[in-house]
Design a protein around this ligand. Structure first.
Ligand code: BTN
Length: 268
């Protein structure tokens, strides 16, 4: 069972990883909320909050992230940066790529990405990412919230409005949760330092190779406005490139359609 002391011991043994502040909760409202509370009370540097269940897990676009006990990995890695740090949009894509790399290393296959940061297997969502931030003075605290479905109860799947999958269904061997958490942290911290040094450009080919929607006709909406075109992948800022009747447009945020359900039903 995952506990604060077991995770600290495993991290301690991973001598290349320095995460001074690590805590595992059996239950918490939201690991992102806890990471933000720590930043607001003056926390700095790198910190990791993990929970075995969340009572108010947060998803993108104001959605809930249902988080029953041990049905998923619920973690928030936070890091403080200087206020000059820019490119939050791209950092959320870097997070998704880091999680994909870690998942592949523990045996997950056929992973694809849905911009900006959903991880899919065969049109089913396996993992979602929510970046949140807190700034104070010249410090910018970023919280990288990561949810990965491990072993979803049947009734939860049935109540979700989109196709989902879990690691139990898409890996041959049982995944060691501690190992996966450590791999995610190692990959993400390494990729963030590459990003800080050199930006997103070097990540673009990896992203586009995994993009589920590249080359497809899509609609992108921010909830109020819709744009239609063909997805041309992402650019060096992590923006989505949309080939429209009036030329190539860069999109900074929004949600892509067709939905996973429509893909699954064979719409495209
Ligand atoms: C999404 O909507 O796809 C993003 C889901 C992000 C869920 C994770 S679980 C750990 C962290 N804590 C939260 O409250 N949310 C993120």
């Amino acid at each position: 069972m995952l506990t604060t002391s077991s995770l600290r011991a495993a991290l301690h043994a991973s001598t290349d990883l320095q995460i001074p502040d690590v805590e595992v909760f059996e239950e918490i409202d939201s690991t992102n909320a806890e990471a933000l509370r720590r930043l607001k009370s003056g926390g700095s540097g790198i910190s990791l909050v993990v929970a075995r269940s969340q009572t108010a897990g947060r998803g993108r676009r104001g959605r809930q992230w249902l988080s029953p006990l041990d049905a998923g990995i619920y973690l928030s890695l936070s890091q403080t940066f200087s206020q000059q740090t820019s490119g939050l949009q791209a950092m959320s894509l870097v997070t998704a790529l880091s999680v994909v790399e870690a998942l592949c290393a523990v045996g997950a296959a056929n992973l694809q990405l849905k911009w900006p940061n959903d991880i899919l297997v065969d049109n089913h969502k396996l993992s979602g990412i929510l970046l949140e931030m807190h700034s104070a003075g010249d410090m910018l605290g970023l919280v990288f919230g990561i949810g990965i479905n491990l072993d979803l109860p049947e009734e939860l799947r049935a109540n979700l409005d989109r196709p989902v999958t879990d690691l139990r269904s898409c890996t041959r061997n049982r995944v060691d949760v501690t190992e996966l958490i450590i791999r995610i942290c190692r990959q993400l911290l390494g990729n963030l330092s590459t990003f800080e040094r050199a930006g997103f450009a070097s990540f673009v080919p990896a992203w586009n190779a995994l993009d589920r929607y590249i080359g497809r006709d899509i609609v992108i909406t921010d909830g109020q406005h819709e744009k239609t075109g063909q997805s041309a992948g992402v650019d060096a800022d992590g923006c989505l490139l949309l080939r429209t009747a009036s030329g190539l447009e860069r999109i900074g945020g929004g949600e892509i359609f067709p939905s996973l359900q429509a893909l699954e039903d064979g719409e495209s």
